[in-house]
Design a protein around this ligand. Sequence first.
Ligand code: 4AD
Ligand code: MG
Length: 430
Amino acid sequence: MARVYLNKVGEHVNEEVEIRGWLYNKRSSGKIQFLIIRDGTDMIQGVVVKSEVKPQVFEAAKSLTQESSLIVKGVVRADERSMSGYELTVTDIEVLQIAEEYPITPKEHGVEYLMDRRHLWLRSQKQHAVMIVRNEVIKASREFFDQRDFVLIDAPILTPSACEGTSTLFETDYFDDKAYLSQSGQLYMEAAAMAFGKVYCFGPTFRAEKSKTRRHLMEFWMIEPEVAFNDIDDNMELQEEYVCYIIQRVLKHCRKELEILERDISKLEAIKTPFPRISYDEALDILKENDVEISWGEDLGGGDETIIASKFDRPVFVHRYPTEIKAFYMKPDPQRPEVVLGSDLLAPEGYGEIIGGGERISDPELLMQRIKEHKLPEEAYAWYIDLRKYGTVPHSGFGMGLERAVAWICGLPHLRESIPFARLINRIYP
Ligand code: 4AD
Ligand code: MG
């Protein structure tokens, strides 16, 4: 008898198959037990009819509790009324374990309660759907950059210096020295871009974010391409193509998941190139029209980003932020050195910045000056300055926060559900 995964039962209609999984839910009407069985790939309703199975099989079905593990045999039937399109006429049940009383029931639970049980919560239908979308975004990312001949170069996690400012560094002992968990692979991608032209990294990044917001994690995953000879405009073009590619892939392969998440698909279908581009100055004008006064030079907050993004039906680039509020490596606009050739991409529907990036300083003197102004330890950046001494070229790149993108695509209210095991200011368990 074929051992079959539930996402493939359609290939076995009217055949008897074996399925290994867990009991998700159960109802009964005396002479019939309806078992909802999940195996990680999908769910199916198994029907156990008292008059058609051995008494011990019916008794086994009755004894099953939520999340009991089992091996079920049965005949696959096509059934249009069911969620998966198939039903299983059960012929045999082998119980592996009768599960203890399961703490997560179909009733409502508080988020902290669920986060304490994240190791179990991942089995729930919505959480499962989010992880499948996340997996699809990762697959689409690799495919997008592969198709364009980018080389994947892994950046180190333990680093001697900061990329995104010293206030959010996680510090650790490194023998007799100090090391920091990487905030971004960017600086290493710049080295790699000079060796391979077009590169990207995809890995975990760390920020000791002292504020508690729905958009911040302490540990998150970032996709960071870097391209030699690209300017700020090339960089924005690459971003919009990339974001559209991901959205199209999820729309194509994750319909069922988006439905489970009750996502308004029309909002995602509207995402097309080109994305609007506005300057920081224009962003301030929009805020002013909405009675939000921000003086020039201040950074935009989450609420401000939401207002700006609400004016557009697709993600919007905000470019040329004040030099003073951006990272040390950003290239000043030669026309207007008080702003940099960088951009943030703001997602619609209140999801805020999903991508940050821009053109990097390519002049060794200016870079040195910035490192001093930012009071960064020069020795730790000597290698980075070297990149500007041996055939320096203009170059650009960006970083997309995977969880920000997944939260937006899935329509999640908080980033904590977009990563399998979230690290938050008050949480490192489980
Ligand atoms: O804007 P950020 O800080 O840019 C960089 O790290 C650049 N070095 C990237 C590059 O150019 N290669 O971060 C990039 C993105 C943000 O737009 C956001 O999506 C995400 O990373 N991000 C976070 N996501 C979750 N939790 C946090 N604490 C995040 N901080 C940044
Ligand atoms: Mg940013």
